[in-house]
Design a protein. Structure first.
Length: 336
């Protein structure tokens, strides 16, 4: 089976999962309520949320650029920001492809080590998870009886049971995978596949390790932390102003927005293109705690998610055009 067929099959599986989740989210809903919700939404606040989203990605690009400095790389900021948007665009094609794509983008535009960039992306994701964990703890303890029960029953327990529900067969498969990986690496070390493969694997390993060490060699760690919190503060502001876009959610406050941000973030973790379906389901469930109907919750989730989707597709496409499709100057014709 060639790589193209494998990519098509993988894409079809994840795309099918997204379709199923969207079906589950919107089945048995009153279409008239949905249409009325979209019709009467205040799109001024949607536009404001999109502007804040752009600011969040600017902070994200600035943070990533800080991680590149210890690697001796200093690509132009516009290239870094463009790579971030291209990464988001790639995620709509295949889940988690964006991290690899944005590294490949800077490798092509500025010849930054692809392997080292992978290590910096791991640091980025770890930073985001740390801030998200802080948000979860805040939400949990601010209103433990209200928010805490939802997080425990609707998120933590399902995740725990899924993680602890491994069958004996699953354990055998995991053990076999680990043994196979060890044997494969052992064969690579012994030059079983040739010196070129060994050199390539070695380069990837040390490159990723070098990228991970960038956080230790960084001179401006305080600024890195500030950027990390700035990204999530923008996400919180986006969610808060978006509450005013629909009448049923307009009475919710800042803390309520933090709760919806946390809940929606778990929906985006599901490995489907752009969080389609999963985000809609869990956000509507979270809004249900405030007495908001499923239909109204789906209107809010759809407006928020799809407006962001359109924004990222547009900026991703424009970034690709500017970085890769711009015409190169023609070489000067030698004088006779």
């Amino acid at each position: 089976m060639n790589s193209t067929i494998k990519k098509v099959i993988n894409y079809s599986i994840f795309f099918g999962l997204a379709v199923v989740l969207l079906y589950l989210a919107f089945r048995k809903v009153d279409v008239k309520i949905l249409v009325d919700g979209f019709k009467h939404a205040n799109y001024f606040w949607v536009a404001v949320s999109l502007l804040i989203s752009i600011l969040a990605n600017i902070f994200r690009a600035l943070r990533w650029k800080l991680l590149m400095e210890p690697l001796g790389a200093n690509p132009p900021f516009k290239h870094v920001l463009g790579a971030v948007f291209i990464g988001y665009l790639a995620n709509f094609a295949f889940p988690r492809l964006g991290e690899i794509t944005k590294c490949g983008t800077l490798k092509k535009t500025d010849n930054v080590s692809f392997e080292s960039l992978l290590g910096t992306v791991v640091v980025e994701r770890a930073s985001d998870m740390a801030v998200l964990l802080i948000c979860v703890v805040l939400v949990f303890f601010i209103k433990i009886d209200f928010f805490g029960q939802f997080l425990i029953n609707s998120i933590f327990k399902p995740l725990f049971f899924r993680a602890s529900g491994f069958s004996f067969t699953s354990l055998i498969v995991i053990a076999a995978f680990l043994i196979f990986s060890y044997l494969l690496l052992h064969l690579v070390r012994k030059n079983f596949f040739g010196h070129k493969i060994k050199a390539k694997v070695k380069g990837i390993y040390y490159g990723v390790i070098d990228g991970l060490k960038s956080i230790l060699r960084m001179k401006q760690r305080g600024l890195f932390i500030i950027y990390s919190f700035a990204v999530w503060c923008c996400y919180l502001l986006m969610t808060w102003v978006l509450m005013y876009a629909t009448e049923p959610t307009s009475h919710l406050g800042f803390v309520d927005s933090l709760f919806i941000l946390v809940v929606g973030s778990f929906g985006m973790v599901v490995p489907v293109q752009g969080g389609f379906g999963a985000f809609h389901i869990i956000t509507a469930m979270g809004l249900g705690l405030f007495g908001i109907s499923r239909e109204d919750g789906l209107v809010f989730a759809t407006i928020g998610h799809e407006s962001q989707t359109v924004l990222l597709i547009i900026f991703g496409a424009v970034s690709m055009a500017l970085l890769f499709l711009k015409k190169k100057p023609k070489p000067a014709t030698p004088s006779k």
